[in-house]
Design a protein around this ligand. Structure first.
Ligand SMILES: C[S@@+](CC[C@H](N)C(=O)[O-])C[C@H]1O[C@@H](n2cnc3c(N)ncnc32)[C@H](O)[C@@H]1O
Length: 310
């Protein structure tokens, strides 16, 4: 069962208005949505999105007791602003993004996200709206293109070696399962060393590409900011450096900063600030939470507040 990460921290920093309206862009199992409603009270409302229809089904059951306070939407959070406005929601008090995949998605071998469970090489979060699977990339792309994906989205240092092995194997027979791909990568990298599986970065890269995760994140941040009312907050939990860098730059780019001048004094650098950063350093999980929930080990929470209307 997916355990929501940084639950107390998210609620403490995000829910600053009783009876407010919030958006949870990554519903998952509904743990954060539920906690937001519980904190924000009986008059609050949450519009929650997920690309994965199975997640909506699961969370719908968990959130049934709050059915008058939630609106669950099957969709990409990159479109949250359009979706919210189409439902008459023009301003919100908070936006949450808890990125990546849930434990359920990882554990269901048939979804193809995990090198730990054999299944079809799929990796689509949205199996209705997205046609391209990881198998299409692995079997269909040229070696250079595949290599670029592993470098850009997996920061895989041995990308060339991994891609050569994939190219050899797919000549024999197309690579259709997570188990076969994991084995190919593991052998290409000389077997297992340490705790981290050698295919971790390859799988991360393919998943990010299949779901255009970084493109969605950039659009979602813009959409969220456009919906926030004054003093509304945006909280983002990321799980790897590529995501965290985008969030950090987005917040910094909208908050500007004072820079000291050589001759004394300081000047404002950047745009007119529209956000104030609430977390100078990203918040990480406590040791107790990391022990309980290994997913929390790489979680980083950043929060910023809207300080100027556009
Ligand atoms: C880490 S889980 C969220 C867990 C949730 N916060 C909870 O408490 O149960 C991430 C969820 O976000 C969904 N997701 C990821 N990217 C998305 C996107 N661009 N748009 C909508 N949903 C997305 C995934 O399908 C997954 O269900």
């Amino acid at each position: 069962m997916h355990e929501s990460v940084l639950m107390r921290e998210v609620v403490d920093l995000l829910v600053v208005k009783q009876g407010g309206t919030y958006i949870d862009g990554t519903l998952g199992n509904g743990g954060h949505t539920r906690a937001i409603i519980e904190r924000a009270g009986a008059k609050s409302f949450v519009m929650a999105l997920d690309r994965d229809e199975l997640a909506l089904e699961r969370a719908g059951k968990v959130l049934d007791v709050f059915r008058n306070q939630v609106c669950l939407v099957h969709g990409n959070f990159s479109e949250m602003a359009e979706v919210a406005r189409s439902k008459g929601i023009n301003t919100v008090d908070g936006v949450l993004l808890d990125l990546g995949v849930s434990s359920e998605q990882l554990d269901e071998g048939c979804r193809g996200f995990s090198f730990m469970r054999d299944g079809p090489l799929d990796m689509r979060m949205d199996q209705q709206g997205n046609d391209m699977t990881a198998a299409d990339l692995v079997n269909g792309l040229g070696e250079n293109e595949l290599c670029e994906i592993l470098i850009e989205f997996g920061e895989e240092k041995m990308a060339r070696r991994v891609v050569k092995a994939i190219a050899r194997e797919r000549e024999i027979e197309p690579i259709r399962t997570t188990g076969r791909l994991a084995g190919i990568v593991e052998r290409a990298m000389g077997g297992r060393r340490g705790r981290v599986h050698p295919a971790t970065k390859t799988f991360q890269a393919l998943r990010i590409k299949v779901n255009d995760e970084l493109g969605s994140l950039k659009k979602g941040l813009e959409g969220g900011l456009s919906l926030l009312g004054m003093e509304g907050r945006m909280a983002v939990i990321s799980f790897h450096s590529l995501e965290d860098r985008i969030v950090k730059r987005f917040f910094a780019g909208h908050s500007g900063k004072w820079e000291s001048l050589q001759g004394g004094g300081a000047e404002w650098v950047g745009e007119k600030p529209r956000m104030q950063i609430c977390t100078k350093k990203p918040i990480e999980a406590s040791i107790a939470e990391m022990d309980r929930n290994p997913r929390a080990r790489s979680a980083k929470l950043r929060v910023a507040e809207k300080s100027e209307m556009m």
